[in-house]
Design a protein around this ligand. Structure first.
Ligand SMILES: Cc1cc2nc3c(=O)[nH]c(=O)nc-3n(C[C@H](O)[C@H](O)[C@H](O)COP(=O)(O)OP(=O)(O)OC[C@H]3O[C@@H](n4cnc5c(N)ncnc54)[C@H](O)[C@@H]3O)c2cc1C
Ligand code: FES
Length: 465
């Protein structure tokens, strides 16, 4: 197992960790694709929850796995029909779902879909234990090893920044698929979400997990030491990764809602992460491209990777061994063609095209000068022939890198909360020094050393292989 950073430091280490088959509103949508589709999808999620419950107990992993009911609600009366249809579709698909209007949720819900006996856990405790188990079973985990490219052969070669690895079967589970084949960049939609957390009095904390169907604000709680206090985790304010938004203002909005509705007086932690969706909302798990025989992928979990990722692992196991259930294989097939999804794909690519042309043109026309940047200010501007992303830190030091994403050349935008350069096209993210924080890019942005808007000197980092 090759891991670019540390185990569980990616999205899975920054998830809300609801372990639930209730994936916002999805079953009515899936039922329209086919009743069997909804039933198979639901069964895979329930099986994943049960597997985590059984396996964590068998391995003796204290990952705080706790059963909870899960709610998706709306505060708008006009959404009741939609919620009823979702409950009906989910129940018909075999899920423990019901519709209700009388809830003890902390918000004034007009209606809600409840799934009973779902769960939550501590994702890092679970994943670190699984990594130990991989080694205990005689395999190897190599952290700090980034896969850069792949030579697909009878025995494939993964080229990493620390050497080559040969394997008959290669599973690419790098969140955004790391290798540019299979056309995933045209089919995956990245959505970033913010999270805030803090302590509230235990007697006022909600006991269930909930999600607003309209705003996608998500809430869960977890014990945190003191018996009279409970930790609240609130998620929301989603936006397309890399889009030009004031992320700080979004954090403030989420904190304000958490205070007003849930009594969260002080935010002690905050973080954000993103996940990708496929056009038909079903993950891509299986052959990397139609001709692939031993190259596999798992991606597009649509904010529900705790169960979808677990289901993916089981399916990949069966696919590699050639024992997969054909119906399950077809459901998650990355190369499936779904005519209904065409408008979504077209729209997503129009957005990418607009970013590719529009953001670069805007940056090229930007007249702001790097030397004029004040403390904690950033800009993307033209310096000589280059598009430069510049940020002056609070100590006055200027950090400048190429603004051209190393994946496919879109112009990056500044994330003012995380002090990173984020790409709006396919969600690559880079640190101030240009190093890759998140793929699909595998190469860093060129570091530049401009002192003014004259031609910058390029300080090209070692790109490895
Ligand atoms: C804010 C937020 C909240 C969420 N809440 C929930 C929830 O409550 N319940 C739920 O079910 N799901 C939730 N999700 C979704 C879930 O967290 C994700 O679907 C899941 O974590 C994705 O797992 P992954 O293994 O694909 O990606 P990751 O966990 O990011 O793992 C991919 C790994 O690949 C490594 N990597 C990347 N590129 C390379 C490379 N080139 N070479 C080597 N290694 C590489 C990365 O370092 C990373 O460790 C949430 C998602 C977000 C963003
Ligand atoms: S992530 Fe694809 S161009 Fe930036």
């Amino acid at each position: 197992m090759l891991e670019a950073g540390r185990i569980a430091s990616g999205v899975s280490g920054h998830t809300t960790a609801k372990v639930s088959a209730q994936h916002a509103l999805i079953y009515d949508h899936l039922r329209r694709i086919g009743t069997e589709t909804a039933a198979r999808y639901g069964a895979a999620q329930l099986a994943a929850i049960d597997w985590i419950a059984t396996e964590s107990e068998a391995l003796g992993v204290d990952c705080e796995f706790t059963r909870r009911d899960s709610f998706v609600y709306s505060t708008k009366e006009r959404q009741r029909t939609k919620l009823k249809q979702e409950a009906e579709a989910a129940a018909a698909a075999g899920l423990p779902a019901s519709y209700l209007e009388d809830t003890d949720l902390p918000v004034a819900a007009a209606g809600a879909v409840r799934f009973t006996n779902q769960a939550q856990f501590h994702p890092r405790k679970w994943l670190l234990a699984l990594a130990d188990e991989i080694e205990a079973l005689g395999s190897q985990v190599h952290e700090g090893t980034r896969a850069l490219s792949l030579s697909e052969r009878r025995v494939s070669v993964v080229h990493t920044d620390r050497g080559d690895v040969r394997a008959k079967d290669v599973v690419v589970a790098t969140h955004y698929p790391a290798f540019d084949r299979g056309g995933f960049f045209a089919r995956l939609e990245p959505t970033r979400e913010l999270a805030v957390s803090g302590l509230v009095p235990a007697d006022s904390a909600p006991s269930s997990m909930s999600l607003d169907a309209d705003t996608h604000y998500s809430v869960r709680t977890t014990p945190d030491g003191a018996p009279d206090q409970t930790r609240l985790i609130v998620l929301g304010e989603s936006y397309r990764t890399g889009q030009r938004v004031d992320v700080e203002a979004r954090y403030a909005q989420l904190a304000e809602w958490s205070n007003q509705i849930l009594g969260l007086r002080e935010v002690t932690h905050r973080w954000s992460a993103h996940d990708m969706s496929t056009p038909d909302k079903i993950p891509y798990v299986g052959r990397y491209h139609p001709a692939a025989r031993h190259l596999w992928v798992a991606t597009g979990f649509r904010q529900w990777g705790m169960t979808n990722g677990t289901a993916a692992a089981h399916l990949l196991h069966d696919l590699v061994l050639g024992i997969a259930d054909p119906a399950q294989r077809d459901l998650f097939d990355p190369n499936r063609v779904n005519v209904r999804s065409v408008p979504t794909v077209v729209h997503a690519n129009t957005v990418v095209a607009a970013h590719f042309g529009g953001d670069r043109a805007r940056a090229a026309l930007n007249r702001s000068k790097l030397e004029d940047l004040g403390p904690d200010e950033a800009t993307v501007t033209r310096v000589g022939a280059a598009l430069v992303a510049g940020y002056r830190d609070p100590s006055g030091e200027l950090h400048a890198v190429s603004a051209r994403c190393t994946h496919m050349g879109c112009a990056v935008n500044f994330n003012n909360a995380e002090k990173s350069w984020d790409c709006p096209c396919h969600a690559s993210r880079f640190a101030l020094d240009g190093s890759v924080l998140h793929g699909p890019a595998v190469k860093p942005l060129d570091r530049l050393t401009p002192t003014s808007n004259a031609e910058p000197a390029i300080d090209r980092p070692d790109h490895g292989a």
